[in-house]
Design a protein around this ligand. Structure first.
Ligand SMILES: Cc1cc2nc3c(=O)[nH]c(=O)nc-3n(C[C@H](O)[C@H](O)[C@H](O)COP(=O)(O)OP(=O)(O)OC[C@H]3O[C@@H](n4cnc5c(N)ncnc54)[C@H](O)[C@@H]3O)c2cc1C
Length: 328
């Protein structure tokens, strides 16, 4: 049995999202007694050794000068040929751009189904099929899918699965894969790449997020929430209305049309918990909600809830937190 991971890399080696997919991939491969193969396009030496130290048994290396930078049609042809030759049972991608662009194209070409943006993956003990769990209907329902069509393809949400601890002593095979078929003439051209000129803390990947909603009442009050974020070394985020009101930048909007986050701690202040907001936080490990409306939907999602006016709750909370941080 073979599990293939689509490995993405940056200048440091394998990306964090790929390490997380290798992490869940290696747990599944143990359960299924499968070989874990990472397929990497034009990888550096660091990428190859990173993939092995994070769980790959084999790294299949596709070296091809035409595959520099993501180009959908070329990457599709390359991965399709690789799959035809390798015949994987399971194929896992990180849910990043460009992998989440490539995965459905490949699923269509391979005439199989894809479960995108999974927050849990397990093996059905009877059928041995992959059970892919993901939020649907804006995060209102968590659904689990299985399909006998092969390969079983899934993309994996970032920051949900832990990566394996790097083991530099791990040994693995490095297997070059040479493309035999001619690559198509691409019809899609990347016109321009704009790298956001922002050096501050980012929402993506943040472990602690304090998120303010419309209930904060105004710009000044919203900004004041930054003090709590600072105290916890977290990032200050907002719901959509706070972006619309100009209290924060859209790069800090959490939700369906904002950023989907999976922090260890998510503190929602003055947020009602609309499904479009919740869609962005279903991966959070612990949700704490502060809201003055006892009926607010956010309390159905929260692990801890404080029913009250944040103006009264937060000063006391911050005071306790300061004392705790001083004594630890
Ligand atoms: C297609 C679509 C996509 C969307 N995408 C997103 C998205 O990505 N992200 C997003 O956030 N929304 C999104 N929305 C909007 C979403 O439906 C909600 O309107 C929005 O999330 C509500 O934001 P909120 O909770 O800040 O405000 P509200 O719903 O107005 O809630 C404010 C809350 O603050 C509480 N409150 C008021 N004063 C206090 C106080 N002093 N102390 C404590 N609590 C107080 C109130 O009880 C209330 O529950 C989307 C909507 C659509 C239709």
């Amino acid at each position: 049995m073979k599990i293939v991971i689509y490995g993405e890399s940056d200048k440091h080696g394998v990306t964090q999202a790929t390490k997380e997919v290798l992490g869940i991939g290696s747990r599944l491969s143990k359960e299924l007694s499968a070989t874990l193969i990472a397929v990497c396009i034009n990888p550096s030496q660091e990428t190859v050794s990173d993939a092995i130290s994070h769980g790959a048994d084999t790294v299949s290396v596709i070296e091809d000068g035409r595959l520099t930078g993501y180009r959908p049609e070329l990457y599709l042809a390359a991965t399709q040929e690789f799959c035809a030759a390798t015949d994987p049972d399971i194929l896992l991608f990180p849910h990043t751009y460009p992998a989440s662009d490539l995965a459905p194209r490949l699923a269509f070409r391979l005439r199989t189904r894809l479960t995108a943006d999974c927050i849990d993956l397990s093996v059905d003990s009877d059928t041995k099929l992959l059970r892919c769990t993901k939020p649907i209907y804006g995060g209102n329902i968590i659904a689990t899918y299985s399909s006998p069509s092969r390969p079983q393809i899934a993309t994996v949400r970032e920051k949900v699965f832990p990566a394996n601890q790097a083991d530099e002593t791990r040994k693995g095979d490095i297997s070059p894969f040479t493309l035999q078929s001619p690559l198509p003439t691409p019809r899609i051209t990347s016109v321009k790449k704009v790298i956001e000129d922002y050096a501050g803390k980012k929402l993506q990947g943040a472990e602690i997020i304090i998120c303010g909603g419309r209930g904060m009442g105004g710009q000044e009050e919203f900004n004041a929430l930054g003090g709590l974020a600072q105290l916890l070394d977290g990032v200050l985020a907002g719901s959509r209305p706070t972006v619309e009101k100009g209290w924060t930048h859209s790069r800090f909007q959490v939700g369906l049309t904002g950023v989907r986050v999976s922090p260890k701690l998510y503190i929602a202040v003055g947020i009602s918990g609309a499904i479009q907001h919740i869609a962005g936080v279903v991966g959070a490990k612990t949700i704490v909600a502060i809201n003055k409306d006892p009926e607010a939907n956010i309390f159905k999602e929260a692990h801890y809830g404080v029913k009250g006016d944040y103006r009264q709750v937060l000063p006391a909370f911050k005071e306790c937190l300061k004392k705790y941080l001083e004594s630890h």
